[in-house]
Design a protein around this ligand. Structure first.
Ligand code: AMP
Length: 249
């Protein structure tokens, strides 16, 4: 069984996002970009499934500019077998990415796909679900445990107030929650090995797929700066201030 893992290159989670001066978006110039953390978890899970003999091959796929090859190399250093870059400089919405992933998944004949539950740049949380719908596959989002036996995947999901366990027939897609696993440390020998693994580049423009955006960003702004807090002398003063000054927002 082949597994497809979707890997997005995003602003590193340690970097404070800065808005462009014209308010048209987030300024990515000279910033550190790296693999979306939920996609690292997705890679780790796929590699564990291959190591357990459940999967035969892990293919990592990214849609974006040439530089995404670096992110795909990191995914192969975790242990993925090969990579596909669907290359485009266009700004991609979740539906466009889902369509490009549909193309790759159909061409490769994958049976299982793992997406992150959300990309930490735009927080859409849509791509895996849209991909599932386009493929006509079963889907389970926010997976915190994955077991595959024969043609059945049993997925535990984190929901409000507890855990839900679903069974679904393959082919299927899941999206990863934070607690699914802890990605392994990437070692230098594995970084070196990853440099030699196959990387296919497909030009998105040559696929005849409509990836035009359906929405327009009108304005992006920084969150309002928080007012400094105050120190109170004792609990009595705290209660008094809460009664008299605190407002329900
Ligand atoms: P989103 O729906 O944008 O929050 O993204 C959810 C997940 O879809 C991410 O964690 C990735 O696994 C995948 N994804 C989104 N955009 C891309 C992209 N440009 N290339 C590869 N995977 C992507």
């Amino acid at each position: 069984m082949k597994i497809l893992v979707a890997v997005k290159r995003v602003l590193d989670y340690n970097v404070k996002a800065r808005v462009k001066s014209d308010g048209s978006g987030v300024d990515l110039a000279n910033q550190k970009l790296s693999m979306n953390p939920f996609d690292e978890i997705a890679c780790e899970e796929a590699v564990r499934l291959r190591e357990a003999g459940v999967a035969t091959e892990v293919i990592v796929v990214s849609c974006g500019p040439t530089v995404c090859q670096e992110t795909l190399r990191s995914a192969m250093a975790i242990g993925a077998d090969r990579a596909v870059l669907v290359e485009t400089d266009a700004a991609l919405e979740p539906l466009a990415v889902a369509k490009l992933m549909q193309h790759v998944a159909s061409k490769e004949g994958v049976q299982f796909a793992i997406f992150g539950k959300q990309a930490i740049d735009d927080d859409a949380g849509q791509t895996g679900q849209m991909f599932g719908a386009l493929m006509g596959w079963a889907q389970a989002s926010f997976a915190s445990k994955v077991q595959i036996s024969g043609d059945t995947a049993t997925i535990t999901r984190e929901i409000d107030g507890g855990l839900e366990t679903l069974a679904m027939k393959l082919p299927a897609v899941i999206t990863t929650d934070l607690r699914l696993n802890e990605p392994r440390f990437i070692t230098l020998p594995n970084i070196m090995k990853a440099k030699k693994k196959p990387m296919e580049v497909i030009k998105a423009a040559e696929l005849g797929i409509d990836i035009a955006p359906r929405t327009a960003t009108l304005h992006v702004s920084e969150p309002p700066t928080r007012k400094a807090g105050i120190k109170v002398a004792d609990t009595a003063e705290l209660v008094k201030r809460l009664k008299e000054e605190a407002k329900v927002i």
